[in-house]
Design a protein around this ligand. Sequence first.
Ligand code: CDP
Ligand code: MG
Length: 889
Amino acid sequence: RHSSDSESEPEEEPSSSEEEKEEPKQETGKSSASDLNTAEKPEEGVKKAVANQQPAGPSVPVCQAASNRPPRKPAVFIPVDRSPEIQEARLKLPILAEEQVIMEAVSENPIVIICGETGSGKTTQVPQFLYEAGYASSNGAIGITEPRRVAAVSMSQRVAKEMNLSDREVSYQIRYEGNVTDETQIKFMTDGVLLKEIQKDFLLSKYKVVIIDEAHERSMYTDILIGLLSRIVPLREKKGLPLKLIVMSATLRVEDFTDNNRLFSVTPPVIQVDARQFPVTVHFNKKTPLDDYSGECFRKVCKIHRMLPPGGILVFLTGQAEVHSLCRRLRKLTVIPLAVFVGGDDDKEESVEEIRKFKKSRKRKKVMALPKIDLDNYSVVPVDEGDEDRDAETDDDIAGSDIDLDLGDGDSEEDEKSDSSLPLYVLPLYSLLAPEKQAKVFRAPPPGTRLCVVATNVAETSLTIPGIKYVVDCGKVKKRFYDKITGVSSFRVTWISQASANQRAGRAGRTEPGHCYRLYSSAVFMDFEKFSAPEITKRPVEDLILQMKALNIEKVINFPFPTPPPTEALAAAEELLIALGALKEPPMMGRLTQQLAAKLSCPISPLGRIMATFPVAPRYAKMLALSRQHNCLPYTITIVSAMTVRELFEEFDRPAVSEEETAKLKGKKARLLQMQRIWAGQGPMQMLGDLMVMLGAVGACEYAGCTRKFCEENGLRYKAMLEIRRLRGQLTTAVNSVCTDAGLYVDPKMKPPTEAQATYLRQIVLAGLGDHVARRVQAEELLDDKWKNAYKTALLDDPVFIHPSSVLFKQLPEFVVYQEIVETTKLYMKGVSAVEPEWIPALLPPYCHFGKPLENPPPSYCPETGRIRCHRPSVFYRVSWQLPAVEVD
Ligand code: CDP
Ligand code: MG
């Protein structure tokens, strides 16, 4: 049975498109890089890898030929004590059939690429294969990188459980947080963590194997790691301590790695894991809904639930707020699962009695008839008269969750007539969701219910949810878009790529034939781009360049990127880093074109080295490096943490669904504005602007014990506050590791800064934010009305404005620095602080244009250079450039 609105005949979902099945190319050996020396060094008694000598069929992985050979006995076998259930589940995974092929390829080649559908078992099983074959047993660990923090944590826990080992042996490390010990044998980490480790130990000597997971996602750090490892592997080979590199991808689109003679001198073998993918029938919508794809998802889930046989439903939406709102609507239809019914901070499950009481206190129309389920056994509460939604996840997003949603939506008939005999068990899934809540999607739903997971893109490849038979795909994804040069960013919801659409559809065919409902027409699908572009080509790269320079890679332009970033992005990044003082300025910089500048090999400066040790963006890292004076460090650490975590405050300008909610939101917004005025401080402190508000908010929250209650009452995002607390701890550790004598201890409850400290902080922020200076357009400069209250920046020709949410929105100081510019209806500056004009030439000479000395000249913009024109001031430098002592060898 197909739902009635299918436009086209159901079509088979192709398991992978032809153009993905790229044949690994024969390496011609014309590699230009001289240090690429991966001369094969076959291990004793092992036949040379067949991989690079045999022509392979289009989709036939070269290594599969190996399976025809008699099985080779592994030299080492470390037994693992798995429970029978785990063992049984493992045996069902497609990758188990390829264990021999994979392990032979790994033993015979320094670099191996494994491609296998999401859910085929790559992430959880390959580390176990390696462990059993002894790769982790003696003085070396198995390292696995993930682009997402959630995957690193959840996969380490999963693998530990499967192997019956503790988190001391199978551990994770994300930023400065983790549970790695001396006994760690398998280590999951984010790709950024491994990059930092390469800075400390270029040869990665504590690893025997490095696995780069989710390489198809082409995250910036994954790409750069593959480039670096292409050099590290041959170096380790030369030293006689071979390192194995395994690149794992969910798609077969790996030609950027295999067909890239700058990357690997010998094309690595590609092993394809044949996932047992069942056919998925794809249904396109006749029409593509313009805006209300969330409502369309709701109707589709209702229809599936009402008309189609049992099987889990997975809905793809774009963001956390959307996910919660759909969960809320769906839960009204059904039951409140006990398992996700949480109360208070500690997520403890409420007793059935309490839930009953709660439900009795609500009045609501009966939505659907449900079977009686034994509460004690099944943790499922049947809907009784007057069930009301209460979002179980107690997430900030759903603070106003007891609003009476009108289920009708013009489609009321079908919504309310649901006659399915199963209740829906609705779970949200997105990357910021707490891990223990995420873990729920992996467990079987309570008997007698139908699982419905409402997810963002995380469910596309990183996490596989068992038992999904129906996929509802809105066709959109929320992404942050950057201007490559100015770094101006905006969040936009855009269409996904065809590859993503196919990945999403594939989620429906893991255990049996399934259906995918695409909420867009086939014509729209044909217009999707084939693949999404690698991240490195789409965002500013200054943090990357700084990390690479810290590795003494000076000629970044010659680096073997799988896909190189655009030259203008490289040039912009180098220019910024030079201006921040992180790179040594090359001679004659001003006269060279941007392209030439990018080719220049500016070495890193001592300041840059310190900056590179902090796990934050270079601008923020500079603030930290400058703050070891006047006891400013605790404040800078807090400001930098808050700016890194972003979005501290609740968004109350969302559309409300009822008058009651509108009033509620208005009240909350007024309360937040009032609090922000208090947090902004008084007198000179106010000039620190939004950054003072951040300090005040974090301080107040910590004084109140950082509770969810305090956050909810005052319009703060609880999750952001927790993350800031964590990051403050991490940055303190980082600062202490650079300045070993600092002995810094960040008191969570810090006192407000003194007036003098607030002034120093403004100078530190100015020095760090550098090019983010803006000057108010003066009355006489007004070109036309669109410039009213506008600011001019060094980077943009267009007028920019202080964001209405800023505490400086009405004050309009002459010179400000901003954290970022976001584009919504206009270009808005967020995170604004006021600065004094005379500080600019003192702290940011590269951004100034020095004219003839005049009597008290007002600084102005130079129209030709776009820089601030002023003369070198006589004011003494109030911020001394005190750096902790560094040893440079
Ligand atoms: O990496 P890949 O996508 O190839 O698969 P995987 O993440 O290793 O997952 C293999 C199987 O383990 C899937 O069927 C997952 O549903 C299951 N799994 C699980 O049950 N619980 C977890 N925490 C992680 C994975
Ligand atoms: Mg995986």
